[in-house]
Every structure is written in structure tokens, then in C-alpha cells.
Design a protein around this ligand. Sequence first.
Ligand code: M6R
Length: 633
Amino acid sequence: MCGIVALIGSREAAPQLLDGLRQLEYRGYDSAGIATVEGGRLHCLKAEGKLVNLSARYEQHGAPGQCGIGHTRWATHGKPEERNAHPHLDGSGELAVVQNGIIENHRTLRESLQAEGVTFLSDTDTEVIPHLIALELKARSDAGEAASANLLLAAVQAVLPQLHGAYALAVVWARCPGALVVARHQAPLLIGLGEGEFLCASDTPALAGFTRTILPMEDGEVALLTPLGIELYDSAGQRVQRTPTLLTGTEHVADKRSFRHFMLKEIHEQPETAALWVARHLPEGALVALPLDESVYTGVERIQILACGTSRHAAQVGAYLLEQLAGIPTSVFYASEFRYAPPPLTPHMLTIGVTQSGETADTLAALAMEQERRQSLEDPAYAPRLLGITNRPESSLGRLVGHLLDIGAGIEVGVAATKTFLGQLLAFYGLALAFAERRQGQDGPGASSGRSIAELQALASQLRQLPGLLQALVHDHDQRCAELAHLFADTQDVIFLGRGINYPIAMEGALKLKEISYIHAEGYPAGEMKHGPIALLDARVPVVSIAVPGTVFDKVLSNAQEAKARDAQLIGVAPACPDTTLFDVLLPLPETDELLSPLLTVIPMQLLSYHIAAHRGLDVDQPRNLAKSVTVE
Ligand code: M6R
């Protein structure tokens, strides 16, 4: 995923572009660049690495002009080197383009451009775009058209149908400093309306400090921006009129407060995330109140959940709850796999897409495919019924699905998902309770699992206590995990074990550790260790064992014993345990219902990973090779 910004107005563009890029840096940070136009010239600056390198170049060289574009990159095609950084220019150096997405047919386009004598300077897919637009401009100029904003618009509109893939892009042209053209196709792009100026960006944080009035672009749309206004066109070239919307709340502004990293701040925000969720959806006197239409629930016989990464781990906990509390057969798929090997269609299916960003290309593509294949059957029993669970209701997911559950966790900047994971878990608790309530007394497929209303109510009232439990847990474990981190100074491999509802939490613990500390880690179902992976264990491999009283407690403790017998250092995430000598280190948990335990066991996972990475001096918020959401397949 990359971030793009573009500005046109009456003040120097470069400082605002850099500011916008700073807010979008979480989307990609291996190189950055800007291009502004003034005096019939394009002023382009690029730098490898973080944005500070580009800012230093700007301080040194400047980039004059009141119109410009900027980009912060997460490499897809071509190494993270300066020559592959955006903006990319045409052969004359007069036209510049930034793009977020992937041009899937770039090889074919590159070959035909090369056959016409075009020289490429980068390995990127994007570079075909400025060359194609330049050829179009030349053909039109040769036919007598003068340089103008409309000419630039027409050239871009002529080129877009040649591009296959998902993209958002912005174009400036030195011969027309008063025009900026932007386009969106399956990658996010929003226009912010300032006073006599317009700022476009991939995401709201870049806009929030500039304006609260925004116009999210729809797929296929192209906009011509001048200091005087916006002209919006659909993919057929027809003019579109749409009323801007208002960004509300402070959640669009990224602020680290006094924390060392965004990730730590976001871990500490989880009691608040839970409190907001409880206040909104678990009112006293009702079991659960979700803002969903009854048609989400009616007649559902099966559920399938599509997600990636951490969101998929939340989905796995969700599937456990939906099956155990509501008795609905539920499957979880890697969204990236689903599209290419979808299961046979079955009737009365609810499809849930889970994505905190709402922009993950794999998840969106899988959902869109499911929607299409169900629609094509024209059979009401197979009709698509799509529910999205997200932290960004204004995202592409929000526009794709018929029903949406907003987890309301506020903006999350750290690349490692923490509070949004908790929000996703809470959404599934709410959903499972809502289904279970509606299924009371039903027989046959999809019948209630037998949990009485009183049992469901007991769970709901324990959920209402969650914010207080989390507050204490985050506070205590922050200190404990900070003290433990030095034990992992030379560690190369860690195994996380869990069973039942805590198996996904073991996987989440391993994913967190891998992505921010670069330590190899595996999350494994504790009972499976003896079937192979136990061979990995020795005194150099710490094992984190999640052991919660309930259906599998004794089994997990035996599995932990097996690891200890192989000299592994054992870290227990457990309430006080009968065998007090079992764990070398205990990260204690309060007593809770096993079904609710993932909401607690995940906290030590997050804090342990955070402190190990911070102790190693790593860039916790922007780990290498990653981006906050991945908008390419
Ligand atoms: O925005 P999404 O929830 O769809 O993102 C899915 C994954 O890319 C994401 O969870 C990723 O695994 C995180 N970096 C995990 O911390």
C-alpha cells in the first residue's frame, strides 16, 4: 500500500504535501517523493527511505509552485530505491504521476511503449502511465489542441481504459500549472475541500488537519481540480454532481500523546475501546444491541468469514463463538486464497468480511467475487448477504457490502494491529450473542446450541466488566513485559501455544512478534506439538503457553509440561496455576469465563511483542517491509 496526496490552491504546495505524506507514512515508508509545477517547469524531489530524507531534500532544494503531488511508497514492483520512488515522469520531464495500486498489464504496455522508442528509468508498473498520457497529449497537440486543463483531463480519460488493475492516481503537467487530475479505480481517494484550495489523499488523516469537508471518490471517477473548483466525471465521461460530506470526531487525527510509540498508545487505549463498545452495544436491560438490519440474521444457516492477518485471527475467535454460542456452522478463509478456490455455493449463507482498514485488496476482491457469483444465480436462497466488520465505515468495504458493523476503535497508526483486533473480537461477541438470542428454541440446522438466555445474559454482564479488567491488565503487564524483554535479547525462535478459543490468540501472539521484532515465531495448537514441531524445542526456544481454566486447561498444562521436559523456557499466560513450578515466568490473568478469555489473553501477547521489539531498538510503528493495509493483491 502507498499513500498519495495532491494539492492545488494559492499557497506553496510542498509544505502541505509533506505534511499530508507524514500523516500517510503508515501506508508505506520505503521511499517518498513530490513534484510541483511552476514557471512552466516540473520540480521533482525523491528520496529513498523514510519521509525525513525527503524533507531534508526539500529544505536543501525547495520545490516551488501552488500545485503538486506527493507519494509515500510501499514497494510492489521494483526495489525500494530512489529511481523507483514516485512521482514518475514522462520522457520530456514535464508530466508527473503518482499512483497507489497495481497496473496489472504494465508489462504489455511497457513493451509496446518501448517498441515506440520510449525509455524507462524505473522498474515500476506506474511509469507506463506518464508515458501513455504524454503520447496522448502529443497526438492531441499535433492535431492542433492547445495546452489546457481540459486537454490534460481528456488525455488522462483516454489512457485510463488501457490500465488494468486497482489504482488511485494524480497527475500534474508543467504546461498547465493550474490543473490537477486525479482518478480512482478500486483504491481509495478522497478530495478535501479547503478555501480556494483542494487536497486529495488516500486517507483521512492527511485531510483532517486541512479541512473537514470531504468528497470521497467512487470507482471509475476522474476529477479535474483547479483553484476555482472540482469537475467530477464517471467512467463514461459524464459529469457527476455529489454533495461533500463532513469528517466528524477527532479520531482522524494521529497523535502519539506521551507514549514512545503509537503501538504502545494504542495498546493502552483498549480499555477505552472496550468501554465505548459496551456503552454502545451492551446496554443494561437488553442482551445486545447492534445497529444491524434484521435481514442480516433471518434464516441464516451457515456463515463464512473472509479476512487476512490479524483480522483473520479475530475471525477465528468469531467462528468459535458463532458455533459454540449460536450453533451456526462457520468457516474462516484466508481472503487471498478464497477467490481462487471458493467452496461450492450453499444456500442461506451470511458472508462476513473483516478488515480494520476496509481497504485490504485481498478481502475486497474475495467479497466482490462472492457477491458476483451469488448474484449470477438469481436464486433468492443463494442471494448474497454481505456483512463488513471494519474500523473505517467510509472505506471501500463500506461501499461494497450491504451491511456494516463499525468497531469504532478510532484511528490506529501502528502497523501492528492491536486495538482494532480487540474491536473486531468485540464485534464477534456482539454478533454471536445476537444470533444466539434469535435462535433460542429453534430446531434443525442453525438451531441454538442450547445456551439459555440466562447464560447469555451472564456472558453479557461479564462483558460489561471488561473495560475495568483491561485497565488493570494493561497497566500490570506493561511493566512486567518491559522487565521480561531482556530475556529475549538473543532469541531467534519463539513458539506460542494455545488451544480451543485461545489457539487464534497464540497465532496472533506469533504474528505480532514476527512483524515488529523480526523474531521467527509460530502459533500452534498446543495438542499438535507432539506431532512434529516439538522437535524444534530446546533451551534456546522460549514457549509461551496460554492456559485458561475450562474445557482444555489440563490438556494445555500437560502440553506445557511436554515442552518443559525438552528444556524450553516456559512463559505462562494463565491465572494462578495448580502446579506453581510449571512456568518459569507467569503473566497472570484474572479469573474469567473461558469464552471471554481471548479478550484478556491477547494483552500480554501484544505487550510482550512490543517490549521485545522496543528493547531491540526497532521501529515498532513502521516495521520493515510492511504497510498498515495492503491495497494490492
Ligand atoms: O486492514 P486489514 O485488517 O484488512 O489488514 C489485514 C492484515 O494486513 C493486517 O491484519 C496485518 O496482518 C497487520 N499488520 C497485523 O498486525
